[in-house]
Design a protein around this ligand. Sequence first.
Ligand code: 5BU
Length: 265
Amino acid sequence: MGANIWGERWSSNESELAREWMRACVKKQSLVVLAADRYEMEGLNQLLELVSPYVVALKTHVDLVADWTPGAWGEFCNKAKEAGMLIFEDRKFADIGKISRDQMGGVHNISNWGDIVTAHLISGPDIVDGLQEAWSNAGRIGGVLLLAQMSSRGNLLQGDYSNKVVEVGSAHEGVFGFIGNGSDAEEIARLREKVGVEKMIWTPGVNLNVGDGEMGQRYGHPREAVLAGSDGIIVGSGIHKSENPGAAASAYAQASWDALLERGK
Ligand code: 5BU
């Protein structure tokens, strides 16, 4: 199903999760990862209803939800899964391996519902093993997105550090891919060149209105991001702050899908 669209990205990829992602994108004709940054369960549930047909992964910040309960969260996640979405907790883990492993449990119990999480590699490669052990203990599979770049102004994920993240992450089975800077197509293209064909690149800092956002956030156009090598466009306010989130999600889906077809792999 994915071979015609993703080319060798599909045919040479052995990662179950990567294949699930590529397959789901083809099914929905979209590369949209929704950053569901709403702070109450009601708003989250409403958003999910409106955008489901166009969104392939749901990115959460579970600790932002003021009225969070395990029950309400479980239902919300089940709805998203039933609607064909992967669940991605953008937790940006950064501690040593054993603490990161244990932080996958605790109050929010991320390893039970999250399919993908973000992590910095600042503490060394054991963080990936720690996160993978948590999924394994929960009897689930999951993947880590390592931050190789960020979208925010003045961030320190540059040069040798970024290169090292790619070098270490590319060799690790537990790494689903890398976060790239969606606001800058040249940075994404450089990242893709280093990453090669196997691992995914997902990019925040994407909006149909390019330019500067709130508090140092920067935005590039989804089409440019995908043409430069992004496999998943992470869109927050462009969708959830829109007057018509469904129509906005559909527009991002269309822009990302057209760009993937144009990219040709
Ligand atoms: P926005 O509303 O589209 O700006 O939301 C962007 C989301 O992506 C938000 O949830 C951030 O936490 C997330 N993000 C980001 O903006 N930039 C980064 O480099 C990383 C994550 Br990593």
